[in-house]
Design a protein. Structure first.
Length: 399
């Protein structure tokens, strides 16, 4: 089924009757608490009915063309939540994209995907849904800190930690793909990393169902600037230009599949490793879109940036396949991509250049040591004994 945003012109306005009906179904002009207030009079509790606004706004978390996200206090459950809502007098196209986003995320129950708690209509007639309030910082903010040479960031986000973060993102995408959805707007700003290492993929406003879920298993809010390569675009070309796949940049929305997400994942991974985008310097949207279709990233540059580690060659080779312009030449699935990354983490380096050859030999030597320690000790002792015997013999000859 095509995404709502692919087919609607977005010009039809919602009727007042529709809004009125929605407000009536929501139970009134504003959501109120349903749990009672418990007061203690000495050792005896007294339960008193409590009627007040359920969600109290505390501040703005973000805003964009599709509306805004605010931090709110849920007075029933007594927790902070994130509330995403549409603007007033919203056209039908945006409402349908919003509905699509809610129902998409609602079907994706995974630890690395932000959950939906509730939906409703506020007193101004704005549709909203309530999500878990995520703590931490976006991958975009982390990359910026790493790029600036922040010592604390480099101390926390070492290469092994970066790989684990990307594995969590892959897990979220693998689950969504098995359910028949592609994200279409994966970028560092849509990935949240929590204080305890929890990773969450957010903003599924452009997600699209491409098939029914497997048995075994709108537009996103972006930056403050309008019409930039970092911001989600509406229209025939849907997504964020800097993180699009080539087929997405051509506007081939009907042919997109999981491999489009894998290209975006490779772009994010490359930026997280090298701390700069492969299309750096192309600020104009048309230049970016052309670059997505024609420019390949530069790999194997042995340069250090402040506290930055040199990117291992095997990781660059890993990304080469993900950056292929033709979908058929990329990884066929997230699972295949994950298996290859796990292989690298285990030290099973494929020989693809001089650096990877040396690392492969060192890795094989290490495995031999772990698997046959007794043989290595005996062999090493024998070689050392022969060496010492040769030295003694040479000394005796010259005496």
């Amino acid at each position: 089924m095509p995404a709502m945003g692919d087919t609607l012109s977005g010009q039809t306005q919602i009727s007042d009757a529709t809004k009125s009906q929605a407000l009536t179904q929501a139970g009134g002009p504003a959501r109120t608490t349903v749990l009672p207030r418990v007061d203690w009079e000495g050792p005896t509790p007294k339960v008193n009915p409590s009627q007040r606004h359920r969600f109290e706004e505390l501040g703005l978390l973000g805003e964009g063309g599709m509306g805004e996200v605010v931090l709110a206090q849920d007075h029933d459950i007594e927790r902070k939540v994130a509330l995403k809502r549409l603007p007033e007098n919203c056209d039908l196209g945006r409402v349908l994209r919003f509905v699509e986003e809610i129902r998409t995320v609602g079907q994706l129950e995974h630890p690395n995907i932000v959950p939906v708690h509730d939906v409703g209509v506020d007193s101004a007639g704005r549709y909203y849904f309530v999500m878990k309030h995520l703590h931490g910082e976006t991958l975009e903010a982390i990359i910026n800190r790493l790029r600036d040479g922040d010592a604390a960031a480099h101390g926390r986000f070492t290469m092994p930690v970066r790989l684990q973060i990307m594995l969590s993102v892959m897990n979220a995408l693998a689950y969504a793909h098995r359910q028949g959805f592609i994200h279409r707007d994966l970028k560092p700003a849509n990935i949240m990393v929590g204080p305890y290492g929890e990773v969450t993929v957010m903003d599924w406003g452009l997600a699209k169902r491409i098939r029914a879920p497997e048995k075994d298993v709108g537009a996103a809010i972006s930056g403050p600037r309008e019409g930039t390569a970092l911001q989600t675009q509406l229209g025939a070309i849907m997504g964020t230009p800097l993180y699009m796949s080539p087929e997405q940049a051509r506007g081939a929305n009907d042919t997109l599949d999981e491999r489009s997400d894998l290209y975006a994942l490779s772009v994010v991974f490359h930026e997280f490793l090298h701390l700069e985008h492969y299309l750096k310097g192309r600020g104009d949207i048309q230049a970016v879109l052309e670059g997505v279709k024609t420019v390949d990233p530069v790999f194997h540059i042995a340069t250090l940036k402040g506290r930055q580690y040199q990117v291992p060659a095997e990781l660059d080779w890993f990304l080469v396949k993900g950056f292929k312009k033709e979908p058929a030449e990329r990884y066929a699935s997230v699972e295949e991509m994950t298996d290859e990354l796990q292989r690298i983490i285990r030290g099973e380096c494929r020989v693809q250049c001089k650096r990877t050859f040396v690392k492969r030999m060192v890795g094989e030597a290490g495995k031999f040591t772990d698997e046959r320690p007794v043989l290595l000790i005996v062999g090493g002792t024998a070689v050392l004994s022969l060496f010492l015997a040769a030295i003694v013999k040479s000394i005796l000859v010259f005496m």
